[in-house]
Design a protein around this ligand. Structure first.
Ligand code: SF4
Length: 538
């Protein structure tokens, strides 16, 4: 099965470039207008928000806009959730984690099923109905054993009228998720930690099984194939440049939207915090995420995934979380991160957590803000899915045709530069001018064409007839979009080779093919606009 890793690995250079931009590609007001349509944002939009957010005044305006969007699209509720740790033995060496194998001062507890059920009874008596089972990578706590704990939780919740069981565990094989679903599992939570490969390798040292970067990237393809469509994605903020990792999460979420038509059920916002025996977490490093940056990330996620639940957790102080939580989010109120600690309380766990006021007080505060607190998630259709143009709805295609015209004009500039290079390869001054023009064209297409293709997929393609013909056209267009991205990277590499060898032959052949294919693609899409959507265009 192909998965997200195949696409993501070809997009890394693009994300790194976007994370570093200092000037927005679009103005914040325009991005807010796009977000208000409730269909999410592209990585380019969020990169622009980060760039615009360098200005303090602009940054300060984003939370209010994000809140407005959430109140428009998300449920007006906040759901309580509680983690229940099963084991703290671990065979991994994640350098940021209190449970890493070599941490000699970590408390090691493996919860027996009897103790687990005793603890669960206590938690359920407090009112909780969303239980997140959490475990480290303990060889003695494999998926079959986890399935028994899932089944016990399901049984107890059903006896009380229902509830949700989530799981945050090591990455398993697809068949294990089938088994867990059958045992009563509702959703899966997994953070990629960092999406930046070199830093992922640095933070996960030794022979840790967790070093399998691609398997983590492809996890959701397997979980969905196993029949679980509620998933919680995210990155641990503070392991690398937060801008890069947030853009990668956006990319991952958009991949799930386009490939499977699903919104992430939840989005993790964990931030690296001190843990006992973890030197790397004790003092700030160059990737430390400030409170101000954290607020910016929350606003960006709120806009980019207007109905997904941001997963607020007790790594953060109550005051910070309560000021940021918005409509449709998840909120952790009671949190112990050592197995069995709800019965014993306040033992050091995986990371440092904050004390929170009693649940009733939290609920009252949220209610004063117009948000009802729920212990159980509501099962309502996703508004974003409903927001896709319904058959029969008129579509204004003028904007699309205008953008095609602009892209065609730049294709002409690109073609002229290639011809100039071909005719004057021997003249240094002419070659330099052609080179500059090629570089400029390349940058333009990397940003504009990529953004254009992504918006087409999310805004226009849902309107295609849902028959066999429409589906195969959609698949062909998507494949072409992906190929353009790959070809643009190839072209960039060929520019480097040509710079060294001064032989432009491959560059010229590749460029001519790309221009030909892009023109044919634009034509085919315009054909689609006038035939398949002809009766519905404005
Ligand atoms: S993050 Fe998870 S896998 Fe890594 S050391 Fe901690 S508990 Fe183990």
């Amino acid at each position: 099965m192909t998965g997200f890793s195949e696409i993501f690995l070809s997009q890394q250079a693009r994300l790194e470039r976007l994370a570093a931009i200092s000037e927005p590609l679009r103005q914040p007001q325009e991005i807010i207008r796009i977000a208000e349509q409730g269909r999410g944002l592209e990585a380019e939009d969020v990169a622009s928000l980060f760039a615009a957010g360098r200005d303090r005044a602009c940054r300060a305006e984003l939370p209010a806009a994000a809140n407005r969007i959430r109140m428009q699209w998300a449920r007006k509720t906040v759901e309580f959730i509680i983690p229940v740790y099963l084991t703290s033995f671990c065979q991994n060496e994640c350098l940021y984690c209190g449970y890493r194998q070599s941490n000699a001062i970590a408390e090691r507890v493996r919860l027996s099923q009897e103790d687990f059920e005793k603890q669960l009874d206590l938690i359920l008596s407090w009112g909780h109905r969303q239980i997140e089972l959490v475990l480290s990578d303990d060889p003695e706590f494999g998926p079959d054993r986890v399935a028994r704990y899932v089944a016990a939780t399901r049984r107890k919740l059903d006896a009380l009228g229902g509830g949700m069981v989530a799981l945050c565990s090591p990455v398993y094989k697809q068949e294990n998720y089938v088994r867990l679903r059958e045992a009563g599992l509702d959703w899966v939570v997994e953070w990629q930690e960092t999406y930046h490969r070199p830093h992922f390798d640095r933070w996960h040292s030794g022979s840790s099984p967790k070093r399998a970067f691609e398997s983590r990237l492809d996890l959701w393809d397997h979980v969905i194939a196993a029949g679980i469509t509620r998933i919680g994605i995210g990155a641990l903020l503070g392991l690398f440049d937060f801008r890069h990792d947030v853009l990668a999460v956006i990319e991952h979420g958009n991949y799930l939207r386009r490939t499977y038509g699903i919104e992430p059920h939840a989005l993790g916002i964990p931030r690296l915090k001190p843990a006992r025996g973890v030197l790397a977490s004790q003092k700030p490093n160059r990737f430390t995420v400030s409170d101000d940056d954290f607020r910016l990330v929350v606003s960006a996620y709120h806009m980019a995934f207007p109905t997904s639940r941001l997963f607020f957790n007790t790594r953060e102080s109550y005051d910070l979380n309560i000021s940021l939580v918005s409509a449709g989010d998840l909120f952790t109120v009671d949190c112990e991160t050592l197995p069995g600690a709800y019965l014993r309380r306040h033992l050091p766990g995986q990371f440092t957590t904050h004390d929170y006021p009693p649940r009733r007080e939290v609920a009252a505060t949220l209610e004063r803000r117009g948000l009802a607190v729920q212990y159980l998630a509501e099962e309502t259709p996703c508004p974003v899915a409903l927001a896709a143009p319904a058959p029969g709805t008129a579509i204004d295609t003028k904007g699309w045709i205008d953008e095609h015209a602009q892209i065609r004009a730049r294709l002409q500039v690109w073609e002229a530069a290639l011809q100039r290079l071909s005719a004057n390869a021997a003249h240094a001054a002419e070659r330099q001018a052609a080179d500059a023009c090629l570089r400029e064209s390349l940058e333009y297409f990397k940003v504009v064409l990529t953004t254009h293709c992504r918006r087409e997929e999310s805004e226009l393609f849902p309107a295609l007839p849902q028959d066999a013909d429409g589906t195969s056209k959609l698949a062909a267009f998507r494949a072409e979009h992906e190929r353009f991205g790959v070809d643009l990277d190839k072209f960039a590499r060929q520019m480097v080779s040509y710079g060294l060898s001064k032989d432009p032959t491959v560059l010229l052949t590749l460029g001519s093919r790309m221009i030909r294919e892009m023109r044919a693609h634009l034509e085919a899409e315009e054909q689609m606009l006038s035939s398949d959507l002809g009766g519905r265009t404005g």
